[in-house]
Design a protein. Structure first.
Ligand code: F6R
Length: 248
């Protein structure tokens, strides 16, 4: 595992954008696994700028997202589809048919999960998976659990996630209580993983995830077993790792 230290959110975003760019430039036909949330927003902005300047071409890129809320339509302002459209897809030359998120309105959720997983496999798996880190150590919406769930599945969101993400809704009651998420197997089969993390409030969970026991109660800890993980984090997020002597 490589840990890249960055000064602050902007520096983290630019460094992560460089890693995604390298993938796009070196392997034009890649499958990118994408995350939503505050963490990757700055990176998407940077990628969109480079695309606009003509330095990056997304025309051959396929994307698959980690997750989507159950019950929100694509055009709901808090759906992850809308997030991706507003923050990235509408600003770059990607073919919208080459982007994919779980359908939050699927009548048969079980079938939607199976189809989503099958689609990822049909694309040949994820080449580079971008991840943010939840306050409870979740990646995608894989919440702390007694087991690591393998494939794309329905998740009941934990209290920690409901509290963290309710900031985007008028009140917590408006927020969906369940989601569809890629599983840990889906994520771990990605050829490369880029974990982004920013801010002091994530410092303890980042430390536990990267240096603690591999425990399904800290879902991101399974990343310690992946052969090609790059962590791009700012100094605030790395502060507890540093205090514990794992970083110069
Ligand atoms: C989003 C996702 C989540 C977020 C995590 C961190 O698609 O899968 O795991 O990456 O909740 O969210 P932020 O970046 O908002 O702190």
């Amino acid at each position: 595992m490589k840990i890249l230290k960055t000064k602050d959110y902007l520096d983290m975003s630019r460094t992560a954008a460089n890693i995604v760019s390298a993938q796009v430039i070196l392997h034009g036909k890649s499958v990118l696994g994408l995350a939503t949330g505050d963490t990757p927003k700055g990176m998407y902005k940077q990628l969109a700028e480079w695309n606009k300047r003509g330095d990056l071409d997304f025309s051959q890129i396929n994307t698959v997202n980690l997750d989507e809320y159950i019950g929100l339509s694509r055009d709901h302002e808090q759906s992850y589809y809308r997030f991706m459209y507003d923050n990235l897809f509408s600003h770059i030359n990607i073919q919208i048919n080459n982007t994919s998120l779980p359908n939050g309105l699927a009548e048969d959720v079980e079938k939607e999960c199976q189809n989503y997983e099958a689609n990822i496999n049909k694309l040949g798996g994820v080449d580079l998976q971008v991840l943010g880190l939840g306050h409870n150590g979740h990646i995608g919406f894989n919440e702390p659990d007694t087991v690591f769930k393998k494939n794309t599945h329905k998740v009941e969101l934990s209290e920690s996630t409901l509290n963290a993400n309710s900031r985007f809704f008028n009140n917590i009651n408006e927020m969906p209580k369940s989601a569809i998420s890629m599983g840990m197997g889906t994520i771990m089969r990605a050829k490369k993983i880029l974990l982004m993390c920013s801010g002091k409030e994530k410092a303890e969970i980042l430390y536990k995830s990267l240096f603690g026991d591999i425990d399904p109660m800290i879902p991101a800890s399974i990343l310690q077993l992946h052969m090609d993980v790059t962590v791009v984090a700012d100094m605030d997020a790395l502060s507890v790792i540093k205090e514990n002597g794992f970083l110069n």
